[in-house]
Design a protein around this ligand. Structure first.
Ligand SMILES: [Zn+2]
Length: 74
């Protein structure tokens, strides 16, 4: 996987307490889990969540390339 900038964040909702938080996409993809800042639970990301994450990463890296191409104008 080409590097995912740390600035890419994903909105996640804790299934335990319902707290929404932003997690770094790169870390989420690597660890396959996140820690809820609300209740402190470690929430695993699997199945459908992983598929959605892969799709999001593909879209982001594609958009990133597009953006870079557009930005190389002086
Ligand atoms: Zn929670």
């Amino acid at each position: 996987m080409a590097g995912i900038p740390d600035s890419f964040k994903l909105d996640v909702t804790c299934p335990g307490c319902g707290k929404k938080s932003k997690q770094a996409l790169a870390r989420l993809h690597r660890d396959k889990k996140f820690r809820c800042p609300g209740c402190g639970a470690t929430v695993p990301v699997g199945g459908d969540g992983l598929k959605k994450m892969d799709a999001a990463i593909k879209k982001l890296t594609r958009d990133l390339t597009k953006t870079i191409n557009v930005k190389i104008k002086f």
